[in-house]
Design a protein around this ligand. Structure first.
Ligand SMILES: [Zn+2]
Length: 403
């Protein structure tokens, strides 16, 4: 259990609560409080099975924007870091893309559903997301579940869907690097002077700032029913100030949006050690106009994913308890277009058949899994790691991945 986040009793089942209270020789008051919470747990909606895996934290990187297998795991020199991670885990080489819209196909990774045709880019999906399943059944507070995205208004839709059993109150905290690093936001923060994050005086200023703003000033908290508890909110605000002071804001050049999204995820992990972090990338879609720029984006993203992985390995808590999945939403055409770019629409194997690199304490090491699986199997696989069910998902947990 994560020691920095004082929430352990929350996600445990009744018999574990009782057993733990006995084993730990808890005093009467503590036992009473534990039993009180157990009663709440019984009455509540939480129905997660006791997780049987070592994984306590999961990172899902949608290496999206349309990326071919042959340009990544098929060309190891483009992705030395992914290959390094793969060596510690499993490469799945026969992953079928869910569908062929950037949005729908990426969403499918998080919902476990191939996603009905016709969901427009600016609409939420009808199926619950991985974030909702895990938060609801494992009874996790909002600050345990995050989504970091490159850009675009539609990315807000990845945080939760419209299923009335789930929805906003089980959604993920969203950091769209677009919003976070936009000039208006930076000016607002800079209006409060030179910020030194941990000082008490600054904390007071931050609190004042928070009060002066809409409570939903973080994108994604605007929706009804979604809320971080006040102490988490304060930590989140401090974190955002750190981000703005730090070097993430200064990233420029091709693929800068993606690089920021991965960097933000790394900082989130370092500071919050959340249970679930999703990252949605998209800059590789520059390929429509230039194959070379596309390869540049892949290399840069690989480098950032490598740094993310290294940060996890350097953290004594995360190292042995974190699993990562990296996969695109679909590939691209087999042949270059007239601009020396790559579109996505030829129906080729390069387009439909993608890859996934998965590593973590519960997975096979240094293996290639050639058995066909679906991109929308990732959601149920992650849920499985948490002992959580995905009743609305069409995908299945990828058993061949587990050691
Ligand atoms: Zn495209």
């Amino acid at each position: 259990m994560d020691r920095r986040l004082p929430d352990p009793a929350h996600s445990l089942r009744r018999r574990d609560l009782i057993r733990n209270s006995v084993v730990a020789g808890a005093g009467l008051a503590a036992a009473t409080s534990v039993l009180g919470r157990a009663a709440v747990a019984l009455a509540g909606p939480a129905d997660a099975k006791e997780p049987k895996y070592k994984t306590k934290h999961v990172i899902v990187v949608a290496f999206a924007g349309g990326v071919r297998q042959r340009d990544c795991v098929g060309t190891p020199q483009n992705v030395p870091n992914l290959m390094r991670i793969a060596k510690k885990g499993t490469v799945m080489t026969a992953v079928k893309a869910a569908n062929l819209g950037h949005y729908g196909a990426a969403l499918a990774i998080f919902t476990g559903c191939p996603e009905a045709q016709g969901i427009r880019q600016n609409e939420r999906g009808t199926s619950p997301t991985l974030f909702e399943y895990v938060r609801k059944q494992a009874d996790l507070p909002a600050h345990e579940v995050w989504l970091s995205t490159a850009a675009g208004a539609q990315t807000v839709n990845f945080t939760y869907g419209t299923d009335p059993e789930y929805g906003a109150k089980y959604g993920a905290n969203l950091i769209g690097t677009d919003g976070l690093f936009n000039a208006e936001f930076r000016d607002l923060i800079q209006g409060f002077g030179q910020v030194s994050v941990p000082s008490a005086e600054e904390s007071a200023r931050i609190e004042k700032l928070a009060k002066s703003l809409d409570p939903g000033w973080l994108e994604g908290t605007k929706a009804d029913g979604f809320a971080n508890d006040p102490s988490a909110n304060l930590r989140i605000q401090r974190y955002i100030l750190e981000e703005l002071r730090g070097d993430t804001a200064a990233i420029t050049g091709p693929g800068a949006g993606d690089a920021k999204a991965i960097r933000v995820a790394r900082n989130l992990l370092r500071l919050f050690r959340p249970r679930v972090v999703g990252v949605v990338l998209q800059n590789a879609d520059v390929a429509h106009g230039s194959y070379n720029s596309y390869v540049e984006v892949i290399r840069r993203n690989d480098q950032e994913v490598g740094l993310l992985w290294d940060a996890v390995q350097a953290d004594p808590v995360l190292r042995d308890t974190t699993s990562i999945f990296v996969l695109p939403e679909f590939g691209r055409d087999a042949a270059l277009n007239q601009r020396n770019g790559l579109d996505h629409g030829d129906g080729s194997e390069d387009l439909h058949r993608i890859f996934c690199v998965a590593a973590g304490p519960d997975f096979k090491q240094d293996k290639v899994l050639q058995k066909p699986v679906d991109a929308f199997d990732i959601c149920p696989t992650v849920a499985d790691l948490f002992g959580v069910k995905t009743p609305e998902a069409k995908g299945k947990s990828i058993r061949g991945l587990f050691a």
